[in-house]
Design a protein around this ligand. Structure first.
Ligand code: SAM
Length: 274
């Protein structure tokens, strides 16, 4: 899989992909990232990428011509694109976009190429969106000063879902927002879908040595080696945390009868402490 990032600040990405899982995935050739300097596609002395907005108002707008040239250099034609390139997507990072979620990351991880256009100033001339972009993605309900951080978030979250990138193929499914029932095709490593650690819920809390830290002991259940009890405890913690912090997720989560019983019990005792 390849990501292409078009930006006026290529230097922003210099160190960002040089750590941890992302660095390893790049080094092993599982993923490629191309960073393209928008100013390379200007033709004036000042390498101008922006202009004043029609209709007046504050700020500047990224001009369409350099962006169109940058896209042409990546063999991206205006829409509708020829058949056979369906496994690529051109995305405009934008506060006005569709929310970027783990489900969207899973969608992108199935593509061959993802092109990310980073806006700056007041944004990008809308005709670039209309002519070239398959969608706008937002990483949250706040306004960043540029699309670079958003692009890095999209690359990071998507990349770790590509087969082989995480050491343990299953671990992505066991994290917060892991696929809800129906989103995963098959059982993961023999664990039935209904028992996936995440199943659309938030992750459970994690502990490591020492067993006591800052006067707090790690939960006894995690030390006793009873895997059935550990699984049940973790699921209970997931339900508690999701109920406390993100009750909206419970509506779409894959809940078993046991989950519903646990939720009822949590509801009765209250979910303070989270
Ligand atoms: N005028 C725009 C608005 O009110 O929606 C904000 C422009 S912002 C200052 C500049 C650029 O940052 C945008 O063109 C976009 O590429 C990026 N950006 C800002 N917030 C974002 C978000 N929440 N998600 C993704 N990209 C964002």
């Amino acid at each position: 899989m390849r990501f292409e990032i078009v930006t006026i600040f290529p230097g922003f990405f210099a160190g960002i992909f040089e750590n941890g899982i992302v660095r390893r995935a790049l080094a092993e050739g599982l993923v490629e990232v191309g960073v393209h300097d928008l100013r390379e596609f200007t033709h004036d002395r000042h390498r101008t990428v922006d202009d004043r907005p029609f209709g007046g108002g504050e700020g500047m707008v990224l001009k369409p011509e350099p962006l169109a040239e940058a896209l042409a250099s990546l063999d991206i034609a205006p829409k509708p694109r020829p058949a056979g390139v369906a496994r690529e997507r051109v995305i405009l990072l934008s506060a006005q976009g569709r929310p970027f979620t783990q489900a969207v990351a899973r969608e992108l991880a199935g593509l061959e190429r993802v092109v990310l256009l980073c806006g700056r100033y007041e944004g990008v001339d809308e005709r670039i969106n209309q002519l070239y972009c398959d969608e706008e993605l937002s990483i949250g309900d706040y306004v960043l000063s540029g699309g670079e951080l958003a692009a890095a978030v999209v690359v990071d979250a998507t990349m770790r879902l590509i087969p082989g990138v995480l050491g343990n193929q299953a671990s992505g499914a066991f994290e917060s927002f892991g696929a809800a029932d129906g989103e995963i095709e098959a059982d993961v490593e023999g664990v039935p879908r209904s028992q996936h650690g995440a199943g659309g819920l938030l992750d459970y809390p994690h502990y490591t040595r020492p067993a006591v830290f800052g006067g707090l002991a790690a939960p006894e259940v995690l030390l006793n080696g009873d895997h059935q009890q550990i699984r049940r405890w973790r699921r209970q913690q997931q339900l508690r945390k999701t109920l406390a912090n993100r009750p909206d997720l419970l509506e779409k989560a894959a809940l078993s009868d046991e989950d519903r019983r646990l939720l009822e019990a949590i509801g009765q005792e209250g979910c303070e402490g989270f």
